[in-house]
Design a protein around this ligand. Structure first.
Ligand code: SF4
Length: 365
């Protein structure tokens, strides 16, 4: 096994648990081709030097705005798309080094649940066929054995065995997501990438699906990479959380520390948008100015500097190091590094004070 690096959170006390997944300096660039010869003209830097680990039986939440690279991280880990550089260790083995035979074996242990279950199910196949597809490819189980497993998986996700004969269009969105979970489970994997599994569902259905995922984790000892843009969902579902911005991990921490004391200005802005379920509590929301820059040509230094109210000269010149500020709470920010942690809390008032102008608008919910 490759020794963990200092950038993936390995000095945390939790690091003593067995790591199932270690992502070290993962990079994924997509080529932009143009012209008759389809030459590469530029690169979209979707994921740029991202490191983290996931302990066995743990849920690691990965959050960030659309386009920050979190889904690309999940798909690259599973080798659904090729990586550019870096490594992903699964049980100590680099998945990028595996030949086709070993990769086929590994695919039994690493599955994915997609955001849109409808587009990931073949509309011409009864769902039982879709759920048992992996069993046909990866095992030599008989038709009856496959049927028994399908029936068990459907029951596990709160459906009936006879649903196996029906087609995807006969089910609601929540039921289709349950089918997607049953399919991911059929091969009894160790690790599942949950790629925005509840984003397309109504809130009441979200709770049911999350409850199913939690029960399955308890019963099967599953390890999850839980990708979402909804910080409330991640808070209730994850043990540790990583926050991504424009292809970079900007903060990573045990959940309770992150939600009690977010360090990075970007995380603070995201947190300020979480609704508080108490009408007597008013939260000051931080509205970031400007759009997320293009990953084709990301800003120099700290990628957040074009939108950060605390940015100063160094931020435009040098990329901030990803440092542990105690207890496995990592962040990449020059402001914190210069010892101004206590002064880094964003509020509309102190942003205006620091910048000498009103750069944030206050919205009282
Ligand atoms: Fe803001 Fe600078 Fe910190 Fe980046 S490094 S988050 S620009 S203060």
């Amino acid at each position: 096994m490759v020794e963990p690096t200092s950038t993936n959170g390995s000095t945390s006390p939790r690091a003593e648990r067995k790591k199932l997944i270690e992502v070290n300096h993962l990079v994924k660039y997509f080529p932009v081709r143009a012209g008759l010869m389809q030459r590469v003209k530029a690169w979209v830097k979707a994921v740029d030097d991202v490191s983290f680990f996931i302990n066995e039986g743990e849920t690691f939440g990965l959050v960030g705005e659309s386009g920050c690279g979190k889904t690309t991280v999940g798909r690259t880990i599973l080798r659904l798309i090729p990586h550019t550089s870096g490594e992903v260790l699964f049980n100590g083995h680099n998945v990028f080094d595996l030949g086709s035979g070993d990769l086929k074996k590994m695919r039994r242990d690493m599955q994915i649940i997609f955001q849109d279950p409808y587009s990931s199910l073949d509309p011409r196949l009864p769902i039982g066929e879709s759920i048992s597809e992996g069993l046909r490819v990866h095992t030599d189980k008989s038709g009856q054995e496959r049927y028994d497993i399908v029936a068990e998986m459907l029951t596990r996700v709160g459906m009936r065995a006879d649903h196996a004969r029906r087609y995807p269009h006969e089910f609601s969105g929540g039921q289709r997501q349950r089918i997607g979970i049953a399919r991911a489970l059929a091969l009894q994997p160790k690790f599942i990438v949950c790629d925005e599994p509840v984003s397309a569902l109504d809130v009441s259905i979200q709770a049911q699906v999350l409850s199913i995922l939690r029960d399955l984790q308890r019963d099967f000892g599953l390890t999850y990479l839980f990708i979402a843009h909804n910080l409330s969902v991640v808070e209730h579902f994850s043990e540790r959380v990583g926050v991504m911005y424009l292809g970079k991990m900007v903060e990573m921490s045990p959940r309770d520390m992150l939600y009690a004391d977010p360090l990075h200005p970007y995380t603070q802005a995201l947190m300020s948008a979480i609704p508080v379920p108490d009408p007597t509590v008013k939260r000051q929301r931080i509205l970031l100015e400007g759009d997320v820059p293009s990953p084709l040509n990301p800003p120099s230094g700290c990628r957040f500097h074009t939108r950060c109210p605390l940015a100063f000269d160094l931020c435009r010149q040098e990329e901030p190091p990803f440092k542990d500020y105690g207890g496995g709470h990592y962040a990449a920010c020059h402001w914190l590094e210069t010892g101004q942690r206590g002064d880094s809390k964003l509020t509309p008032a102190n942003i205006a004070e620091k910048k000498g102008q009103q750069v944030a608008r206050q919205v009282i919910h």
